[in-house]
Design a protein around this ligand. Sequence first.
Ligand code: ADP
Length: 149
Amino acid sequence: MERTFLAIKPDGVQRGLVGEIISRFETKGFTLVGLKFLKASRELAEQHYAVHKERPFFGSLVDFITSGPVVAMVWEGDGVIASARKLIGATNPLTAEPGTIRGDLGINIGRNIIHGSDAPETAQYEIGLWFREEELVNWQPHLTPWLHE
Ligand code: ADP
């Protein structure tokens, strides 16, 4: 079963959007298998965004992501990596489609509310960075037969 890493960024937490965002993944039918609330260290943020370290916005991105608490999550389900990216919407909330989290709730690329892994390799890397294996819960919701043939 596929897993992805999602994080509600400090702007999403400060704006009181945690419940609304978690609801979107729950009601879609994905399964929450890991959840923590923390203020990320600079080291963790730099490792998380390591692919962007040469970009001009890297410093401000790390400042922002470490500026307040984040909700770090692992979600499970068939096709969850690509589907979560669709539910999240395009990087720039101004051009993200209405109906997506960023399209409905944001207006600025530097305050785009939520992170989601973009591929199986990044999901594996990010889950390992933010969670220890024993922090992830293996469980089957009773809803499963109502979501899958
Ligand atoms: P995504 O989060 O949609 O996967 P990227 O991996 O391209 O997007 O970028 C990572 C994060 O860096 C974005 O979510 C956004 O917070 C920030 N970012 C990307 N591009 C810019 C930019 N041009 N200016 C400021 N911040 C940016």
